[in-house]
Design a protein around this ligand. Sequence first.
Ligand code: PEP
Length: 249
Amino acid sequence: MRKKLIAANWKMNKTPDETRAFFREFLPLVAGHTRDEIVVCPPYTSAAAALEAAIGSSVAIGVQNVHWKADGAFTGEISAPMLLSLGVTHVIVGHSERRQYFGETDDTVNLRLKTALEAGLTAICCVGEVLEEREAGLTDDVLRRQCVRAFHAISAKKAAKMTVAYEPVWAIGTGKTATPELAAAAHAVIRREAAEVFGEEFAAGLRILYGGSVKPDNASTLMAQEEIDGALVGGASLDAKSLAGIVKY
Ligand code: PEP
């Protein structure tokens, strides 16, 4: 039985003060909730405030990217040792907005994923097709390619701390949600690919989240699918009541 994970991706939103205000409202709403794991991923600049606000709760804190070098002349980047020294435990890699706007490729996703896992961080690796690929019947091929390239040269032992998020790009921030059946079918493709690379036993335990316009009112139908092991939530995670509503689907 895979424990579900609800992960909040705040993207470029919330100052440290806004982060503290969010946690003041959010933590009482999810106090005692043990059915699912919860992780909140603020921008780097609010990670320390989030870590402090979440002390004593079961909410873990992550960030939204990591570089593959430990240090050096990489202006604007943040390394895994920096995240570890802060106390961050989770990191998102390969988000479609990184791929779309910031030149992230399958190869750099692999480098980031590998680095995060080797550092002992829990990595949420995002994959997903754009609308044109879905309409051209290429979804399964795209997912297989993104997974094979992301998982390259990573051992099953290191990958134990990996979660995959299936995020159809056409459903992100658009209000369009994949049907639970469509998401479950994509998850099955990802799980098969994970089995090819890491083995059946690993694949059976791999958590695959769904992301794309998850809201309190559609969370329960999505989470009812056996193949869906949780959610990566963007817009609806910015409001404490809304994220709590998703956590308690
Ligand atoms: C995301 O960006 O990871 C996401 C799923 O966004 P939204 O929930 O806003 O569609």
